[in-house]
Design a protein around this ligand. Sequence first.
Ligand SMILES: NC(=O)c1ccc[n+]([C@@H]2O[C@H](COP(=O)([O-])OP(=O)(O)OC[C@H]3O[C@@H](n4cnc5c(N)ncnc54)[C@H](OP(=O)(O)O)[C@@H]3O)[C@@H](O)[C@H]2O)c1
Length: 318
Amino acid sequence: MKAVAIQTFGRPEGLAVIDLPIPVPEAGQVLVAVEAIGVGGVDAVIRRGAVSAYGFREGHILGSEVAGTVTSVGDDVDPSWVGRRVWAFTGLSGGYAEHAIAPVEKIVPLPPNLSATDAVTLGSSGMVAHFALAHAHFAPGESVLVRGAAGGIGIMIVQLAARADAGAVAVTTSSADRGDRLLKLGATRVLDRSGDGDAHEGYDVIIDIVAGAAMPSFFDKLNPNGRLVAVGIVAGQPPEDFGAKMLAAFRKSLSFATFSADTVPGPDQRAVQIDQFAAAERGELQMVVHEVLPLEEAVLAHRKMDDGAVFGRIALTP
Ligand SMILES: NC(=O)c1ccc[n+]([C@@H]2O[C@H](COP(=O)([O-])OP(=O)(O)OC[C@H]3O[C@@H](n4cnc5c(N)ncnc54)[C@H](OP(=O)(O)O)[C@@H]3O)[C@@H](O)[C@H]2O)c1
């Protein structure tokens, strides 16, 4: 089968199409014949070598979410999964391939009218968005700022916050055109990447997908008792002394937290995904598919991500 591996960490051109045997599911696993692969910001972070602490090596097959049909199952897995269309989380590897392995507890059945590309656009992003807001203790009526709203996760946070009656949903983004698109998805204010362009006094919750050098400046935008939750590091790690900025605002009782979906129990993730897939099928959530490209064009997909040209998600199809 065809798969896409990292031959050299760094630039998109370090990705290569290789030929591999079709994997065989072990106990507790299923094999999925892949219809669509979600290309996430996390794939770019891994490819750049920005998370070397995780021990990724050359030859790593990128990709963490796919949608397709279960074609075989390992020992002790209910054989009635075979033939069912599912969304599947493959971990931090193995998704950019014609056939992918996933643990059975990480697959979610798809409703009949949800396409595979929509499923991989919503699957992980929607779940992360839901639990990031919950981790921030977001409550209806509170104001939310989404930093880095134009990606898969940000677009879902905007929609979920708006549906949950946020008092305001502000977004940072790099262009007026993107701002207009985010307004149509539920945002109520558009800021530039540095957070300027806003007369609003502050936010109860900031969900930060960007991090990087500018992250501490966003503490100034929090209301008293405000919470900033870091969900991604699209612009790299924040400065090591970022906590000093919060201590300087001691009397505002601010909170900072990181959020990783890894800490959310699998059954809770699954329950939210089943709900979100159903909501998507009913047309209550919008999936923003930037482009669908063949698997062989993974380099192009990553160039587009590195160029900042992607609004929403790219999906690859084998
Ligand atoms: N916490 C979890 O459980 C979890 C799960 C999956 C992924 N992640 C993390 O989430 C991140 C990817 O999320 P994603 O796919 O939604 O994001 P993304 O599409 O990679 O980026 C989101 C947006 O950030 C803006 N941006 C890019 N570079 C920037 C910079 N230097 N400064 C300011 N803004 C910048 C861009 O929008 P504009 O050009 O419009 O500004 C971009 O569309 C990764 O860091 C990944 O590790 C976390």
